[in-house]
Write a protein that binds this ligand. Structure first.
Ligand code: ZN
Length: 271
């Protein structure tokens, strides 16, 4: 089953009188959505208690939770490995309490390093993180390494697929089609992308339209802003051909849940 849902809370969620993410699973289920991505991008401030309440709500309403790890994680920076490990571990703990197992991670950025050195550092850091998670008793989890939208960030789809091959039991790509369209300056080849994904039985998708410039990603738009868009009809046809448990998250600006409904309907129409 392909699941659909938003990253974060839609303006309509608040307009409908909701205030807290604990109300989101019920509200999303009411719209026929069944996935919800919670962002720890700017920091991990959730308590275990809140995670328990969200987890119970998610279970009741059949909504699968995923979490986005802090943006400041950079596995290319080996000096910060201890801190980065802590952020990943704490994110996974809260995610598990909420009944989910997919943690979206930005692998890193190049900084002053060559691409080769940055990638080698990411690879080495990832191996250490995976080993330490194992030592700390984590088993049922996925680190979903995201394809990024700026040229200075790690990584593009080739790099992410390569890194995910390090551990097919615990690493899968977060395929952010909007980001990839930024890197391709609007010329993303969807058939080629999905061809590369064939070796992954499960994939996490971010699907939104994103404005780009010469350095790549500029800002997230909505599905109504077609100028920087790509062919959703083709995306949904290719998605139908995949084996199964994919998740499609909308990161549209402000109306991410309403756009999730559009994506889901579009998917169903292509069947
Ligand atoms: Zn991201």
């Amino acid at each position: 089953m392909v699941r659909f849902g938003p990253a974060g809370n839609d303006i309509k969620f608040y307009a409908d009188g909701n205030q807290s993410s604990v109300d989101a699973p019920r509200w999303l289920a009411g719209m026929g959505l069944n996935a919800y991505e919670i962002s720890f991008g700017r920091g991990i401030r959730m308590t275990d208690k809140t995670a328990q309440v969200i987890g119970a709500q998610a279970a009741t309403h059949g909504v699968k939770i995923s979490v986005h790890a802090p943006y400041y994680i950079n596995l290319a920076n080996t000096e910060n490995l201890e801190k980065n490990y802590h952020y990943i571990k704490r994110s996974l703990e809260l995610l598990a309490i909420m009944g989910g197992n997919r943690l979206v991670v930005h692998t890193g950025c190049q900084m002053q390093m060559t691409r080769e050195v940055a990638l080698a550092n990411c690879r080495q850091s990832l191996q250490i993180v995976l080993q330490r998670l194992k030592d700390d008793g984590f088993n049922d989890y996925w680190l979903c390494l995201e394809t990024m939208g700026k040229y200075t960030q790690i990584g593009n789809l080739d790099e992410i697929c390569d890194l995910c091959a390090l551990d097919p039991q615990h690493l899968m790509p977060t395929v952010d089609l909007g980001h990839m369209n930024c890197l391709a300056q609007g010329n993303m080849n969807l058939e080629h992308v999905f061809k590369q994904l064939e070796k992954f039985p499960q994939v996490h998708f971010h699907v939104s339209f994103i404005e780009y410039g010469i350095k790549g990603e500029i800002r997230h738009l909505t599905l109504a802003d077609k100028q920087y868009g790509f062919d959703l009809e083709v995306v949904m046809q290719l998605l139908h051909k995949r084996p199964g448990d994919d998740v499609v998250i909308s990161e549209s600006d402000s109306i991410m849940a309403q756009d999730s409904v559009k994506l889901r309907d579009f998917y169903l129409q292509q069947n």
